[in-house]
Ligand binder design. Structure first.
Ligand SMILES: C[S@@+](CC[C@H](N)C(=O)[O-])C[C@H]1O[C@@H](n2cnc3c(N)ncnc32)[C@H](O)[C@@H]1O
Length: 197
């Protein structure tokens, strides 16, 4: 599902950059090392703010940054070009519910705030499991139902707002084991999951 105009402004804002830099990326990537994941897929890269932190924190040999909305990809490409001078990053329009990749292609899949924009989020998680290698990591940040009570959420249009248990349930149904769970500002869930062999 595409973002509203308001959401697109938020995704490119200074506030989004600060949250990613000081909260989301440090929490989600804590304990992971540079070069640990060789080939990485980012889903719903938006304006590329998470993309830069994946590159800086994890330094994969190859990162495929993707989004469903073709309007977001030029923003992401420009932001990454300004902030990362090394090769190994490509951009691609991709629908998370129909990933155009082979089985077991990636060492990690990363999605910041994406599942709640996808009506068929169960199908997307199935696709993520399919393209990940056994033992591969699915690192995600998700906005949960708690956000529904925030006034600003009236300006956002999620496809679904899940509770923690809904997210965990769909992950476990797709053979993921949660190895770390965190949260911030009550409504935001962070998970590091591994695909079981
Ligand atoms: C809330 S934004 C998050 C953007 C970025 N990850 C960030 O954290 O700043 C969600 C993104 O998911 C994308 N998206 C929505 N539905 C999608 C789908 N079916 N497949 C892939 N990306 C999708 C949207 O276009 C949007 O860029």
């Amino acid at each position: 599902m595409k973002l509203t105009s308001f959401e697109k402004i938020v995704m490119r804002s200074l506030g989004r950059k600060l949250m990613m830099k000081h909260v989301e990326a440090p929490k989600l990537f804590n304990g992971l090392s540079k070069g640990q994941f060789k080939r990485v897929l980012e889903l719903g890269c938006g304006a590329g703010i998470g993309t830069i932190h994946i590159l800086r924190s994890l330094e994969p040999a190859e990162l495929v940054a993707t989004d469903y909305d073709e309007d977001m990809l030029p923003h992401a490409r420009r932001f990454v070009d300004h902030n990362w001078r090394r090769p190994g990053v490509t951009f691609q329009r991709v629908d998370a519910t129909h990933l155009p990749f082979a089985d077991n292609e990636f060492d990690a899949v990363i999605a910041f705030g994406v599942l709640h924009h996808i009506h068929e989020y169960r199908k997307a998680v199935g696709e993520i499991a399919r393209v990940l290698k056994n033992g591969g990591a699915f690192l995600l940040e998700e906005v949960t139902r708690e956000a529904h009570f925030w006034p600003i959420s009236r300006l956002m249009v999620p496809a679904v707002l899940l509770e923690d248990k809904d997210v965990i349930e769909v992950l476990e149904a797709n053979r993921f084991s949660v190895s770390w769970k965190g949260r911030y500002l009550r409504a935001f869930l962070l998970l590091d999951c591994r695909k079981l062999a």
